[in-house]
Write a new protein. Sequence first.
Lengths: 138, 265
Amino acid sequence: MNLRSIVLLDLIGLLLVLWTFHLVRVRRLYAGYGVIFSATTAITMVMISVPGVQAVVTTAVGATYPASALTLLALGFIILTLLYAFTQLTILSDRLADVVQLLAIRDAERAATIGTEPDRSAAASSRPNSHQRDALNT
Amino acid sequence: MAVDGDAARDVVIDPLRLDKPGADVSPSRVLIAIPAHNEAPTIRGVVERILRAVSGSDVLVVDDGSDDGTAAALDGLPVMVASHYCNLGYGRSVQTALRFAALHEYHALVTLDADGQHHPEQIPDLLEAFDRTNSDLLIGSRYVQSDPGNTTPWPRRTGMWLFSNLVKLTTGTTVKDTSSGFRVVGRRVFHLLTRRSFVDFHAEIIVYLLCLGYRVTEFPINVSTRLHGRSMYGPLNYLKYPAKMLLVVPINVIEARLIRRRARS
């Protein structure tokens, strides 16, 4: 890879890391996802920039064919799509958490106002038990 | 279809709030909250100890999607229960308590763990120190004074040493115990901590509040061995959690500085 390509790819990587930071800052991307994206990008940048590392990794993983420009485009597409999907997931998840919090507060307020216990049976029945969770996880 | 981010979540600091008087920590203005997830064996005992130790304060248990009957274990006790319909995690449970406290205009929120590690008998001392030091966040610290009864495992202690230094590096303030769940939060910061989500309410909010000019202090506490259950930090979290903190702490520093700049202009 020539110097111009290395500089260009590093620049793209840097922009991706900064964009990820921005998304985490404005709460559109969970910090956990942000760590995965920025760490992967940083490692890729090191592999591209440090002479010899790329060849070592290529040999270690057993790749036998050179990466074409088309592969790079496909990788870029996958990364952007993943970032978009995780952003949407974060926003929806945050909204769900807000709703769950408000419902919990309203239940507690109602119970405190009318002096009755909240409808815990409804909450419990809507919640998967440990067996159901195991089934979902498998 | 794309989901738009919620613009209303942007925190805009109201400088007037900084001039508001400190919290009234008389018992009727204090909410004691216990985030709990599958803590049925211990929660009743913890709440009973709180009711004995602090009379006149409201107690809120945030049941974070437990399926072991944690909420049912409180039947007959004069406490409020906010039950999450699904498990949202520790940070969101604390935030539910903060939202409740803000909605009902409590002056201070005390949080403590549901596993019996914290001593509710120390709440009056914490509140007294909170009032005396005019704090916005008072952390019940295990490491201000050496505590022979302390049973924190070494990986966690190492983590806390790292986070403590991260806080010092970013704010210049020494906070020895950044991950204590026993703390008092004042009303001046309720709005800041409820308008956006946080990974948890540990190093991240300490840095955030310090950078915004709020007062964070520590008060020595004793802790006992956990009576039931496991730590919420599993083996994988010893890697994941520091990585997350290394990302979010600098981000919070930047965010706080931007907020201060916006408030000044």
